[in-house]
Design a protein around this ligand. Structure first.
Ligand code: PHE
Length: 344
């Protein structure tokens, strides 16, 4: 079949087409006007036509193409007529808006950020260290001698037993060592992070949780500075009326060591079931950095002194949001997480 007959045939075919629906309209468009359409094929064939006839055929094909486009517009108007009317109505401003799904920050992130902010305000920077830690940074440099029973205070997940045991860090105190090794006093830093302990999972214990470590090393740092800093933190975190209480305790890396309580945030010290009618809630461990720890990080303990503290983020979140069950923090239950939308 010659090109001329083909053009005639397509023209005839096109004029026969009846379009009654949007699907038929689309079929028409694909067949005659789409990227792999019939008319395009004709332009390909035009290349083979002798030069003197090209102009004439070219015009015929162009005319056919325009006819196709015209027909398409006509069909479109007839098919889409009804719809057009509906969509051309004005926007209904009284229609209730669709709800936009808002995410929320995880409560532990909210509390961690708040702790960081409180300490930033008094000149503490933020430092981080690895979660897989060697024995030196998690234990030895913190004055836990080998075989020392204090190592049993923290049920460790060991990864590799060897000359330099690798383990999941049991506390963020490992980061104090790294900071001291890598910088000169004055040091004022807090180290937030995840820690791991080999404990059976229950409402009150989990195999991982979060801590924020604090370290302050300079000339003449005293226990009074520690107490003042803890008092400032507690009032910022739990409110101006909050009181603190330090009880003697033991950590290998601090001397003297203390455990710190805040007055119960729920009953204000009167006694309730959250504070077990004592009026006090334990929130952190702290103390003066043991001179042996300073020396093992090459900081001269005859010149410098410091204090350190470590708190559990889940514990603070529990007091702030009354979430007692530790498992909730890692279950990713949307119904739980959704409740923290207003927190930042
Ligand atoms: N690392 C201790 C713990 O995990 C807390 C602590 C930190 C105590 C710093 C004293 C000083 O229990």
């Amino acid at each position: 079949m010659g090109l001329k007959e083909k053009i005639e045939e397509i023209k005839a075919e096109m004029s026969q087409v009846k379009v009654k629906s949007a699907e038929e309209l689309e079929a028409f468009r694909i067949k005659f006007l789409g990227s792999k359409n019939i008319i395009k094929g004709l332009y390909q064939e035009l290349k083979e036509v002798p030069n003197e006839l090209k102009k004439d055929f070219g015009q015929k094909i162009n005319a056919l193409k325009q006819e196709g486009e015209k027909a398409f517009e006509k069909f479109k108007a007839s098919v889409g007529g009804g719809q057009k009317k509906a969509t051309s109505n004005k926007i209904d401003l009284t229609r209730p808006a669709e709800e936009i799904a808002l995410g929320s920050r995880h409560p532990l992130a909210v509390v961690r950020n708040e702790i960081i902010e409180i300490f930033n305000r008094i000149g503490f920077n933020v430092s981080e260290g690895p979660e897989i830690e060697d024995d030196w940074h998690n234990f030895s440099a913190l004055n836990f001698p080998p075989e020392h029973p204090a190592r049993d205070m923290q049920d460790t997940f060991f990864i590799e037993k060897g000359e330099n045991d690798m383990a999941l860090r049991t506390h963020t105190s490992s980061v104090q060592v790294r900071v001291m090794e890598g910088s000169e006093p004055p040091i004022r830093t807090i180290s937030p992070g995840r820690v791991y302990r080999n404990e059976a999972i229950s409402a009150r214990a989990h195999c991982f949780f979060h801590q924020v470590e604090g370290l302050y090393v300079d000339k003449g740092v005293s226990f009074a500075d520690l107490k003042q800093t803890m008092d400032y933190f507690s009032k910022e975190m739990f409110g101006e009326k909050t009181k603190i209480r330090l009880r003697p305790s033991y950590f290998p890396f601090t001397e003297p060591s203390a455990e710190m309580d805040v007055s119960c945030t729920i009953c204000n010290g009167k006694g309730c079931n959250v504070c077990k009618y004592s009026g006090w809630l334990e929130i952190l461990g702290c103390g003066m950095v043991d001179p042996a720890v300073l020396d093992s990080a090459n900081i001269d303990s005859k010149v410098y002194s410091g204090f350190a503290f470590g708190m559990g983020v889940e514990r603070i979140a529990q007091l702030k949001y009354r979430v007692g069950d530790l498992r909730l923090y890692s279950e990713n239950d949307i119904r739980f997480l959704d409740q923290f939308k207003s927190a930042y």
